[in-house]
Design a protein around this ligand. Structure first.
Ligand SMILES: C[S@@+](CC[C@H](N)C(=O)[O-])C[C@H]1O[C@@H](n2cnc3c(N)ncnc32)[C@H](O)[C@@H]1O
Length: 434
């Protein structure tokens, strides 16, 4: 690396300026752990792209980068392994005529209130320990809303095309998913679902009122208003792929001018677990096996079997192997979680090179970690890997961690995160995809 990592920071001021700007309320459509702050993609888009360029996020999550791309007149390309997250991103980047939507919302709310047909067992989705997570009446009311969403266009004649009807149904499903955690027994103050002492006490004292219909109606109104922000903006394209970013074919997609992303952390956040109730309720998964399979495809996951760590995971990088060996000596599984992380991120970096045009930029928020008390300089290592795969380092600076709840969540699984960096790389030469 030709410049000392972390000694240059000419872009920090520009990001700080962007942080002072007002943010779109579309970003708050859905709770999602590990969200980027919108100022990061906003700043990157304004500094590294022109109108009409493609902006990509290989770990799209709930779509912060994609929303900012659309709001700024850029096309958006996202990859994401979790189908539920893809659905959130899709809805957040789909403009719907809000006047039409408001009149449809009235009909939907009336349908739900007028529906007193009993709910059948088949209408309540499978969810592990469902009765632990949802009170009986909550299950019934959620199922009733879901039924009326599903039946909506068979009951009401509209002039909407099939695609427009689909957009409306996806929007309603996203609204429903956004209230699931609030009406469940999982404490919303916690990152991972858990029926906390606090909620149990409130329930025992009869002090918690769960109003499923009201929550849905409020969320519907709020998010419908949010969509107004897209009105009057020029048309842009959005492509969201429910794929593992390690295995995509970059040549299948338009060349991007910019990638803005925050990759998963080493062994820290179990993203899937944070949304498990929504995954089951919205029927993105149907069994514990589906859940485990999805979890194991997440980069940085720590769901390794014993045979996965009989030997230390070797990477092509001497300095990373040294760290892997050090962690492995303390705890074999953790050592291999670290080694795998860098091997998997190597595939991602190669694919990022393939997705970008020459001269294009990557703006990445990266966190260093401590695993078994050993500091892992993730930002530095990923930058070194990027330099082997056609990128040069343009800038790198420390960004403070803004989200306290996330800090707590990270600490549960790895030691405290020492730093969050913003690293900016530029593609110098084409190395293609994996
Ligand atoms: C830090 S979050 C990104 C959050 C996003 N920037 C936002 O604002 O919502 C990382 C995301 O990477 C996704 N992910 C993990 N492994 C992946 C893989 N192999 N391919 C694609 N996405 C993956 C996770 O599901 C998670 O949504």
């Amino acid at each position: 690396m030709n410049k000392a990592f972390n000694e240059i920071n000419r872009y920090k001021e520009l990001l700080d300026l962007e942080k002072a700007e007002k943010r779109s309320c579309i970003h708050s459509f859905h709770r999602y752990f590990g969200k980027l702050i919108p100022a990061i993609p906003a700043f990157a888009i304004k500094n590294f792209t022109e109108k009409g360029d493609w902006v990509c996020d290989p770990f799209a999550g709930s779509g912060t980068t994609l929303v900012e791309a659309k709001l700024n007149g850029r096309n958006a390309l996202g990859f994401e392994i979790n189908p539920f997250s893809c659905s959130i991103s899709n809805v957040k980047t789909t403009a719907i005529d809000t006047l039409v939507l408001e009149s449809l919302n009235e009909l939907l709310l009336r349908d739900i209130q007028a529906d007193n047909e009993p709910i059948t067992d088949e209408e309540v989705p499978f969810c592990i320990n469902r009765d632990h997570w949802f009170k009986d009446f909550v299950q019934v009311e959620l199922a009733r809303i879901n039924r009326n969403i599903n039946d909506f266009f068979s009951k009401h004649d509209t002039s909407l095309s099939g695609v427009e009807q689909n957009d409306v149904i996806n929007f309603y499903r996203m609204v429903l998913s956004s209230i699931i955690r609030n009406v469940s027994n999982a404490d919303i103050q916690h990152v991972f679902p858990g029926y906390s002492k606090r909620l149990r006490r409130l329930d025992a004292e009869g002090k918690r009122e769960i109003k499923v219909f009201n929550s849905f109606r409020n969320a519907l109104n709020k998010k419908t208003k949010g969509l107004k922000e897209y009105e009057g903006l020029g048309k842009t394209e959005v492509v969201i792929e429910n794929k593992d970013s390690r295995f995509i074919k970059p040549g299948d997609y338009p060349e991007a001018a910019l990638i803005v992303t925050n990759p998963p952390y080493i062994s820290s956040i179990r993203y899937i677990e944070t949304v498990k109730l929504e995954l089951y309720w919205m029927e993105f998964i149907f069994s514990g096996d589906d859940y485990k399979a999805l979890e194991k495809r997440m980069i940085g996951n720590d769901r390794l079997q014993r045979f996965d760590y009989i030997e230390p995971e070797i990477t092509p990088y001497e300095n990373i192997n040294r760290i892997v060996d050090e962690v492995y000596a303390l705890d074999a599984k953790s050592g291999n979680v670290v080694g795998r992380y860098f091997n998997e991120m190597t595939d991602i970096i190669q694919n990022m090179n393939g997705l970008l045009k020459t001269g294009g930029h990557v703006v990445m928020k990266i966190s260093d970690s401590k695993v078994k008390k050993i500091k892992i300089e993730t930002g530095l290592f990923l930058t070194e890997i990027a330099e082997m795969y056609g990128f040069k380092l343009v800038d790198c600076f420390i960004d403070k961690i803004g989200n306290r709840s996330l800090l707590t969540a990270r600490n549960t699984y790895s030691d405290i995160i020492t730093h969050d960096y913003i690293a900016i790389w530029q593609k110098e030469e084409d190395v293609g995809g994996v």
